[in-house]
Design a protein. Structure first.
Length: 593
């Protein structure tokens, strides 16, 4: 009798408690509708805390409350709370055998990890989601997540694993009958092959996918593949083709409202322009990307890195440190290996300029360790050249040889001329202390190849170091010629520390007559009538007969921005037409530099 009364009392208690929970859930839903996520979370948490513990039939409803709480956390940027709730939710769906809900929740969990910068956890979650989607016959959804996994692995320079993920992605995309997913997988696969040094196979694959996307009128896919093609050309060593492809990609994205890919095209183009010695243009592109309020994380990281690196190499330490530090932190968080390496280089440059040799050494050694864990074979090359010189210059021969070993592995994998020339440079650095004439030979050959490839900074650095070898070997005339050439290039780039090093080396040589003057930087006329350097760049191209679209492709700005600059020039010059402005600038000598 007493037990019956107890059971009845518990049932009586559970019923109103259940009604109270339902009322709280309804209130929470109303707050969610109003986007008051903090209040909704408080109400829903009360409902969850008071949930009847002895009602197994309500487990599904309880999971729905956890789902709502996870959504509140996601929409409030409460990432830690979102991770906690999503893990609980995924475990609940897995326990109930609801594979579809488990897959969708695990995908949300992957996004939450990505927002926290936890990329290895994000990849693992995406793989689980992909496998779960595939198990329920949702091939398209599985392909989406496998493509995301491959993209993560590509950024982390783990190309072999990326190819394996793409094989699965392609199979799921084909099974889904979705041509957009098939083409995205084909383009990414071609790009990864190009990054592995198999450009003869990779570049045509990306081109074919791009052609098919354009023919099928898939603008979002085509925009993505434009960037893939340019990146593939860059990794194949075709810098001129890469610049043209990035420009075409940006204009395509601009005309099809694909802003994020367009930003990435411009940011990546800046990296190519940096290698080609077009530093002023690279800086302008980076600054414009960073000035955009909606700049995506990856383009912003690339732009900050290139901007900071150029400033560091120009000796502008105060302006370089912040963008390099930001790029370093962001790239580590999102596992963007190329930017991790380049920002490490820039920070090591700054440390070396202040005499912090130990700090620069440690940073470069850490970069070499990171490089050894990845399959990055392109962006690291200029860093390795500078590092080899730094190490050799401070008597760290073993470290210089480590740079040469890394370059040797890259040469074996890619057979790219830039890597081969940089290996010659590193080998020359390793020989400078023991056999300066042989070192000068290696470094001189490297400089010649860099010159043929159109890589002025690399060429000037090799010439400077070759001259050091010749000077020790007693070839004063040969050393002087190389130093004068290197100093001229460094001055043109605005690389003041390198130019100063060349000048100091020249001053230490026995006199052979007057040395050539270092040419002044920039155009003969700047700031004319209040025109900015960018406006003069635009008017130079306008004077050459280019349309606004062609000017935009060259400077990596939109045709609308070109028109804005032109109108500004007309106002400042008090001219009514482009032709009149060009005549006026020509008469004043502003378009002859």
């Amino acid at each position: 009798m007493n037990q019956q009364s107890a059971d009845g009392g518990a049932a009586d208690l559970a019923a109103p408690l259940g009604r109270a929970c339902r009322a709280l859930i309804a209130a929470g839903d109303a707050l969610l509708e109003a986007h008051d996520y903090a209040s909704a979370a408080r109400v829903l948490t009360i409902a969850l805390d008071r949930w009847p513990a002895d009602d197994p039939d309500s487990d599904h409803d309880r999971l729905q409350v956890i789902d709502r709480l996870a959504r509140c956390a996601e929409m409030s940027s409460q990432h830690a709370e979102a991770l906690l709730r999503l893990r609980e939710l995924a475990a609940g769906y897995e326990r109930r055998g609801d594979v579809t809900a488990f897959a969708a929740t695990t995908r949300r969990l992957a996004t939450a990890h990505e927002l926290c910068g936890q990329w290895s956890s994000a990849r693992a979650a995406r793989e689980k989601a992909a496998l779960a989607f595939a198990a329920t016959g949702m091939a398209a959804e599985a392909a989406v997540d496998w493509l995301a996994v491959a993209g993560h692995l590509r950024a982390a320079a783990n190309y072999t694993a990326a190819l394996a993920a793409l094989e699965t992605a392609t199979a799921n995309a084909t099974a889904s009958g979705r041509p957009d997913l098939v083409l995205r997988a084909a383009g990414l696969r071609g790009n990864v092959l190009a990054r592995l040094g198999r450009s003869g196979e990779g570049v045509p694959a990306v081109r074919a996918a791009l052609d098919r996307a354009l023919l099928a009128e898939l603008p979002d896919v085509a925009a993505e593949l434009q960037q893939r093609l340019a990146d593939s050309l860059e990794h194949s060593g075709d810098y001129q083709g890469a610049v043209a492809a990035y420009g075409a990609g940006y204009l395509y994205c601009d005309s099809h409202d694909a802003d994020v890919v367009g930003q990435l095209c411009r940011a990546c183009a800046a990296a190519v322009l940096f290698c080609r010695g077009e530093w002023d243009l690279a800086v302008a592109v980076c600054e414009e990307v960073l000035a955009e309020r909606d700049a995506a994380v990856q383009p912003a990281a690339v732009s900050a890195c290139i901007l900071g690196l150029i400033r560091a190499l120009r000796g502008a330490a105060a302006e370089a440190r912040l963008p390099l530090a930001e790029a370093s932190a962001t790239s580590a968080r999102i596992e963007l290996v190329a930017v991790q390496l380049l920002s490490a280089w820039g920070l090591a440059v700054l440390e070396s300029q202040t005499g912090a040799v130990a700090a620069a050494t440690d940073r470069l050694r850490q970069a070499l360790t990171l490089l050894a864990r990845t399959q990055e074979r392109h962006y690291c090359i200029p860093m390795l050249q500078w590092a080899a010189t730094f190490f050799a210059g401070h008597g760290l021969t073993d470290d210089a040889r480590a740079c040469a070993a890394a370059l040797s592995a890259i040469c074996e994998a890619t057979a790219q001329p830039e890597a081969t020339a940089t290996l010659a440079h590193a080998l020359g650095e390793s020989l400078l202390a023991s056999d300066p004439r042989a070192a000068a030979g290696e470094l001189g050959r490297a400089a010649a190849v860099f010159g043929e490839l159109g890589l002025p900074l690399a060429e000037a650095q090799a010439q400077h170091r070759a001259a050091c070898g010749l000077a020790v070997a007693g070839d004063t005339r040969g050393a002087r010629e190389l130093l004068l050439t290197a100093r001229t290039t460094a001055a043109r780039l605005g690389a003041r520390p390198l130019a100063d090093s060349c000048a100091a080396a020249l001053a230490s040589l026995p006199a052979l007559g007057a040395t050539a003057e270092v040419p002044r930087q920039g155009k003969a006329v700047r700031g004319l009538a209040g025109l900015t350097a960018r406006e003069l760049d635009v008017m130079l191209l306008v004077a050459a007969g280019n349309t606004s679209r062609q000017v935009g492709a060259t400077l990596f700005i939109s045709p609308r921005t070109v028109e804005m600059h032109v109108q500004g020039c007309l106002l400042k010059l008090d001219c009514r037409t482009r032709a009149e402005a060009v005549r006026k600038l020509t008469e004043l000598g502003a378009l002859t530099g």
